[in-house]
Design a protein around this ligand. Structure first.
Ligand SMILES: [Zn+2]
Ligand SMILES: [Zn+2]
Length: 420
């Protein structure tokens, strides 16, 4: 086994330096597997890893063995330490958001840098030396498309064209291959629910030693998304009144980010009292149980009849989309961050939108290279409370159950899978 993996390692090195030599091609043919399927580990560790596989909607996700993934230029191999359990994965698992399968879900990670892809820019290897603790943003910017060049990495064309549309990285290929039969497995973002993952370096930021791996996983999606919504979509200012509809992982992060930005009233809206009680610890000044009270009436009452400056919808449902638009004051901003089942439509009162200058703004994630370091600083200086945001920790084996519980609304805050 050791001689096989070291042979593979030298083979891969040769390929990266001198592709297409006849000798290397003969060696590849003799192994019977493609270049991508060759497993290796530069640090002398294992040549394979375990990861969870989503096969198709309605089938249980399982843990499988993979060849050790190979990073390419500009990419980093990460030993995954923790991965958050997010609703977007659940949308994929339930078949509500079409995605290439089989795939590895999980897109909210922390980990340790193990290896750089061959020919990776020295700026990247210097910024993230081997052993660096890192957080990964779920939107992994290519760095060179039209939007990335403009700094709008949250709209990265390659991320949507390759990762979200095809389940691959930006050469149109996955980095994940099953150990047993070499078959490719697609990647939702970096495919974080595995012992190792390959991440484009533009998605990474350094995690300081003072922050724990497990709790910090949520920085790359839940907190990142909340930060993008408040900073870029809402352009929130100190003194603004904010309402957040849906107090899950992302919604509860919105409460904390609104508090960090100096919002005056922070109104949490949900149908579960347990989530609303937790919301108070995270910055909510008021709570509304939408199952018991009229949300719009109550918001008007809290804001002296005006409505809020900014309302955030974090559920992705047509009814709450409308509620969000109706919660804002004249000239206010309704920010939509909840992904819905494919094809869902939201309604809006056209005349009010026109006459009262209501702004309806979509927001997805944030800008990895400018925003993720800021988000980490908020956690580092204690402005963002990571401890209270994470409500459950589980193992890779328990990940499937965590998604089932998330589906039943039984996770208050965020669950995080501890991997290694
Ligand atoms: Zn997410
Ligand atoms: Zn891009």
């Amino acid at each position: 086994m050791a001689s096989f993996s070291s042979a593979c390692r030298s083979l891969v090195r040769k390929l990266s330096r001198a592709p297409c030599s006849a000798q290397v091609q003969r060696s590849l043919l003799s192994t019977g597997i493609s270049k991508e399927a060759v497993g290796y580990h530069v640090g002398g560790g294992p040549s394979y890893m375990r990861g969870t596989v989503f096969w198709e909607p309605g089938k249980p996700i399982t843990i499988e063995e993979f060849h050790m993934p190979l990073p390419k230029a500009g990419e980093v191999l990460i030993r995954t330490k923790a991965c958050g359990v997010c609703h977007s994965d659940l949308h994929v698992i339930k078949g509500e958001l079409p995605f290439a399968s089989p795939c590895v879900v999980g897109h909210e990670i922390t980990g340790e840098v193990v290896e750089h892809g061959p020919n990776t820019d020295r700026g990247i290897t210097r910024r993230f030396p081997i052993g660096t603790r890192v957080v990964g943003a779920f939107i992994m910017p290519c760095g060179s498309c039209h939007f990335c060049v403009k700094g709008q990495e949250d709209l990265c064309a390659d991320f949507f064209a390759y990762n979200r549309a095809q389940g691959t990285l930006y050469d149109g290929k996955t980095r994940l291959f099953l150990r047993g039969n070499g078959k490719p497995v697609f990647m939702y973002s970096m495919g974080g629910l595995a012992e190792y993952c390959v991440v484009p370096a533009n998605a990474l930021a350094v995690l300081p030693d003072s922050l724990p791996y497990t709790e910090s996983a949520i920085l790359g999606c839940a907190v990142f998304t909340a930060y993008g919504a408040m900073r870029h979509a809402a352009e929130l200012r100190a003194g603004d009144a904010v309402a957040v509809i849906g107090i899950g992982g992302v919604g509860s992060s919105c409460l904390q980010i609104a508090r960090a930005f100096g919002a005056s009233e922070i109104i949490a809206i949900d149908v579960q009292d347990e989530k609303l009680n937790n919301a108070k610890k995270l910055g909510a000044t008021h709570t509304i149980n939408a199952a018991k009270e009229d949300v719009i009436d109550k918001i008007k009452e809290i804001t002296g009849g005006m409505g809020v400056d900014v309302a955030v919808e974090a559920l992705g449902r047509p009814a709450t989309f409308m509620q969000c638009a109706n919660s804002v004051r004249d000239g206010g901003k309704a920010v939509m961050i909840g992904l819905a089942a494919a094809g869902s439509m939201g309604q809006v009162d056209i005349n009010r939108l026109v006459r009262r200058q209501i702004k309806i703004i979509g927001s997805y994630g944030a800008r990895a290279r400018q925003d993720l370091p800021q988000v980490i600083k908020l956690a580092e200086n204690g402005t963002f409370d990571l401890e209270n945001a994470v409500s459950r920790k589980c193992t890779l084996e328990e990940a499937a159950t965590a998604y089932e519980d998330l589906n039943r609304g039984q996770i208050v805050g965020r669950a995080v899978v501890e991997i290694m």
